[in-house]
Design a protein around this ligand. Structure first.
Ligand code: ADP
Ligand code: MG
Length: 432
């Protein structure tokens, strides 16, 4: 078997927050990288994608597990890796040429060697004539060319790209994506392996040989999808469309290839979070409200605008946060990329996303398992209540189960017959 050049082995990461609380963001991440491949990482925001790249690059030490170069550990920044960021991360007071040459500072090269390396990458990424320009004079696409050139000039075997095309407009992103692929295919660079974070399924399918799909709470690799379609890939072919559908299905957890169909909650572990007793349309209303204000609002302003009491608004926000639709730094509520996708989607997209999110909740998992064990996948409301009391002894079990059923119906995870008061497993999505 071919030997990997770089490997994450059993990596866990825990962040310690301001108040000393610990937050586990990565759990048992194992990745091996090989020469001549592009690996894409897909996953909801907050699933630890950027943290993985920072650990790979040696910018962050994992709290547990190892980063190995051909089987050996190392200290400090990873000498094999260069990075490209979504934000471009250029220094505004330096020209294009100076921004690129800066990356060579640690290498101790002669001025001539530096110049020839920089000229070469400027040529490779199409920045000729812009050497003396400052970042503010450049379009987003040109800025990211500088970002890529700065990584290429280091001539490292592995390049990690953290959502490199996300801040570009669609057409620019498409052009630059195609150019990066062409460059990689040309084998004209010392960089042979690309690791790319993306939110875009087509992008992953167009570029990657392997696609790692990450899940949240804590971040982990859910599934790895191989993509052996020959390069260059054509989005119009049936093979490509099938692949995109398959990735989409995996993301919405309708099917999980190469893995047991059902992971017992006992193995999943962790705390059981309650589902706050709020109605689905209210949370959707909240998200739409925030989306309509550029994706941000503050809690107090929101309470006034919505004309509801503070406690109730907090409940809504807490629910949206539980589903990873919003982040709440300080008193701000910020729509996550995941929340944006949800709110911009039509009802079917919303249902699929919610289906996925709910399946990640331990409470929903517990109910799902009970139903799977039951005859005809059906149980009475009253018999489930006993379980809910056990799982969440301090909550109002009826209210929690009501909310869970309501959310489960929207996400097509559970069904409920109000007349017979029976809860059943909605298996429609699995059979689809
Ligand atoms: P992704 O790139 O998939 O959106 P990140 O790796 O950026 O996810 O973050 C994973 C989780 O870790 C998030 O919940 C984020 O808020 C948290 N996080 C990231 N960086 C830090 C940090 N420096 N301190 C505390 N928490 C962090
Ligand atoms: Mg990120």
């Amino acid at each position: 078997m071919e030997k990997s050049i770089l490997e994450l082995r059993g990596v866990d990461h825990v962040f310690t927050m301001g108040m000393g609380q610990k937050m586990k963001v990565l759990s048992d991440v194992n990745v091996s990288l090989y020469q001549d491949e592009i690996v894409a990482i897909l996953g909801p925001s907050g699933s630890g994608k950027s943290t993985c790249l920072r650990i790979l690059a040696g910018l962050l030490r994992p709290t547990d597990g190892q980063v190995l170069i051909q089987g050996e550990t190392f200290g400090g920044p990873n000498p094999l890796v260069s990075m490209v960021f979504q934000s471009f991360a250029l220094l505004p007071w330096l020209t294009v040429f100076e921004n690129i040459v800066l990356a060579l500072e640690p290498f101790d090269l002669s001025r001539n060697d530096e110049r020839s390396r920089v000229r070469r990458v400027i040529d490779l990424v199409g920045l000729e004539g812009f050497e003396e320009a400052y970042p503010k004079e450049l379009s987003g696409g040109m800025k990211q060319r500088v970002g890529i050139a700065r990584a290429l000039v280091m001539e490292r075997p592995v390049m990690c790209l953290d959502e490199p095309f996300t801040s570009l407009d669609v057409l620019t992103a498409e052009t630059l994506r195609a150019e990066v692929l062409k460059l990689w295919l040309s084998k004209k660079t010392a960089t042979k392996t690309l690791v790319l974070i993306t939110h875009n399924i087509s992008e992953a399918a167009l570029l990657a040989k392997r696609i790692l799909v990450m899940g949240t709470n804590p971040g982990h690799i859910r599934v790895t999808i191989k993509n052996d379609l020959p390069y260059p890939r054509d989005e119009k072919t049936l093979g490509f469309k099938n692949l995109v559908d398959r990735i989409h299905d995996v993301i919405t957890q309708a099917i999980i290839p190469d893995q047991p169909e059902w992971v017992p909650p006992a193995a999943a572990g962790g705390v059981i979070e309650t589902v706050p007793p709020v109605a689905v349309p209210e949370v959707i209303g909240l998200l739409e409200f925030i989306a309509g204000r550029g994706g941000q609002a503050d809690v107090f302003g929101l309470t006034q605008m919505l004309g509801k009491d503070f406690g109730h608004v907090l409940f809504l926000v807490k629910t949206a946060e539980l589903f990873d639709f919003v982040d709440t730094p300080k008193n701000h509520i910020v729509l996550t990329d995941f929340g944006k996708r949800f709110i911009e989607g039509d009802v079917n997209v919303r249902k699929r996303i919610l289906h996925e999110v709910l399946r990640g909740l331990r409470l929903a998992q517990l109910l799902e398992q009970r139903l799977r064990d039951a005859e005809n996948y059906t149980l009475s409301f009253d018999s489930v209540i006993e379980g809910v009391k056990e799982w969440l002894p301090n909550e109002n079990a009826e209210a929690v189960l009501d909310a869970l059923i309501q959310w489960g119906r929207y996400g097509e995870l559970f069904g409920y017959n109000g007349d017979t008061k029976m809860i059943y497993l909605d298996v429609g999505q699995e059979n689809a």
